[in-house]
Write a protein that binds this ligand. Structure first.
Ligand code: NOJ
Length: 522
């Protein structure tokens, strides 16, 4: 009897102890989870679009012709639906509606790009279009009137055709052409713009526009053209940076940087971090290393691999152009922030020589069949890759201040109920906030790509990245918010991520892979 009583007594205290530790463990976990759903103080949210993708008005008021005008008009068969950006979202006429949408969602800034040929119809500063200046001044003023900060990209792929006819980004005169254009932009808009971005995703237009026939300007110049384009893009960016730094920063006091396309990379064979790093250096590092690393210049692995392949192929010098020490110094440090575009990730593995590899990486990239598809063939949903790339940038360049200038996913434009996009944002943003709060990544801005469904380059209007749908059959280009606009309004109001289904607390349940609680090191 006595023994029984003792047993009951012991059982009782074991129960009390277990209940207590379970409760405290659960609440610690959910506090932490909750924290990773909430934006840090001062963190800014915005949305974006780019001139050729949204403006339309391709030939009004004397606007000059750009490579994308030429490409879409000459090769409509290269665009999925045979369309072009002649009218696009007609933001040239409807910019006030766009600004109103940004305001209604509650976003703090709007990223847009300038059309070089709208401002300089001849491509050169000998003719400055009054109408071009008026349009962008009106847009910037409208943003300020509504308490929205303009974030301005100088170049989002629409080079003046006249400059392309002289070699475009493969002619090193582009350094002067771009510098002259940049000086006009800073003079005209600098007093009202505090964040400039020089060039958007040079990897994309160099590889796809100059490397092989795909996008404007439709050149087929590999195995050398891609690197030559990139070389001049880095120099042109640095020229614009120094012009701003010397001539405008003292009075305008803004920030200027460049935007890198940085996919995530995950080892196909667990532990193969060398391959992961090589792939990173040939994508993000190609442009980031010359600007952000202490020593400057291209990543060593890139210089070594391209040189080796070039000599093996019988060239007398590396197909990757060489920077002089003067240029290395001139380019190094030319960014006030790290502009990051990130959408998706790939699995990487060393490839046997005969297998197709990306540039000179010697790497084969693939996707995991468990990664969910989106309407865009190359865009799989891999939230963990976002955290991985943020930590990689932190580790590579001494934790620079990162502005996420594009992130989002596409739908096939048949529904306003864009639930997949809501899940995408939730899972990617949770990764980002975790990278900031747990891992100390210095990210302070995040931009939804994109505000509107727009001309998605070779995919035309067949898919849309917008949180707002645009009816491209309607001459009025009516804008209709998708479900994610509702969700974004909540996110902005509460400064907290909102899952699609409030009963699903964790995005790993939605996308079921790549555990969320990895160690701080990637
Ligand atoms: C990056 C480009 O900057 C943007 O123009 C494009 O719409 C998105 N990727 C999605 O493809």
């Amino acid at each position: 009897m006595c023994n029984n009583l003792v047993m009951e007594y012991v059982k009782f205290w074991i129960l009390v102890f277990c209940t207590f530790t379970t409760i405290s463990h659960t609440s610690a976990e959910s506090d932490e989870d909750d924290d990773y759903l909430t934006f840090p103080p001062g963190f800014r949210l915005g949305a974006g679009g780019a001139a050729y993708q949204i403006e339309g008005a391709w030939n009004v008021s004397g606007k000059g012709v750009s490579v994308w005008d030429t490409f879409t008009h000459t090769y409509p068969q290269n665009i999925k639906d045979g369309s072009n950006g002649d009218v696009a979202c007609d933001s040239y006429h409807k910019y006030k509606e766009d600004v109103r949408l940004v305001k209604e969602i509650g976003l703090k800034y709007y990223r847009f790009s300038l059309s070089w040929t709208r401002i300089l119809p001849t491509g050169y500063p000998n003719v400055v279009s009054k109408d071009g200046l008026r349009y962008y001044n009106d847009l910037i003023d409208e943003l300020h009137r509504n308490g929205i900060e303009p974030v301005v990209t100088l170049y989002h792929w629409d080079l003046p055709q006249v400059l392309e006819d002289q070699g475009g980004w493969t002619n090193d005169e582009v350094v002067n052409w771009f510098g002259d254009y940049a000086r006009i932009v800073f003079t005209e808009f600098g007093p009202k713009v505090k964040i400039f971005t020089t060039i958007n995703e040079p990897t994309s237009f160099c590889r796809e526009g100059y490397g092989h026939l795909n996008r404007a300007p439709n050149k087929d110049l590999d195995p050398c053209g891609t690197y030559l384009c990139g070389h001049n893009a880095l120099k042109a960016h640095a020229r614009a940076y120094h012009i701003y730094d010397r001539e405008f920063r003292p009075t305008q006091n803004g920030k200027i940087g460049i935007v890198f396309a940085c996919p995530g990379q995950i080892a196909k064979n667990p532990g193969d971090e060398a391959t992961v790093d090589t792939y990173y250096q040939f994508t993000c590092g190609w442009f980031a290393h010359p600007i952000y690393s202490e020593e400057g210049d291209y990543p060593q692995i890139m210089k070594t691999r391209v040189a080796k392949n070039s000599f093996d192929e019988g060239y007398f010098r590396s197909r990757l152009p060489v920077f002089s020490p003067k240029w290395i110094e001139y380019i190094r440090g030319t960014a006030d922030y790290f502009g990051l575009n990130h959408y998706t990730s790939v699995l990487v593995e060393e490839a046997p020589k005969e297998r197709e590899t990306i540039l000179d990486t010697g790497i084969h990239a693939s996707v995991d069949s468990s990664w969910p598809d989106t309407a865009t063939s190359w865009l799989k949903i891999v939230p963990s890759g976002f955290g991985g790339i943020l930590r990689k940038i932190r580790d590579e360049y001494n934790n620079p201040n990162v502005f996420v200038l594009e992130n989002g996913c596409s739908d096939n434009r048949t529904t306003l109920s864009d639930t997949q996009r809501i899940e995408y944002f939730y899972s990617y943003l949770k990764e980002m906030i975790t990278a900031i709060k747990r891992d100390g990544c210095n990210v302070t801005m995040y931009s939804i790509w994109s505000l509107l469904d727009n001309f998605e380059w070779n995919d035309g209007y067949a898919e849309g990245f917008g949180i707002v749908q645009v009816d491209f059959k309607d001459p009025n280009r009516t804008r209709t918010p998708k479900l994610s606009v509702d969700r974004w309004k909540e996110v902005v109001r509460t400064r907290k991520l909102q899952p699609l289904n409030p009963t699903i607390e964790d995005a790993s349940e939605l996308f079921g892979h790549q555990g969320r609680k990895r160690s701080a090191k990637c």
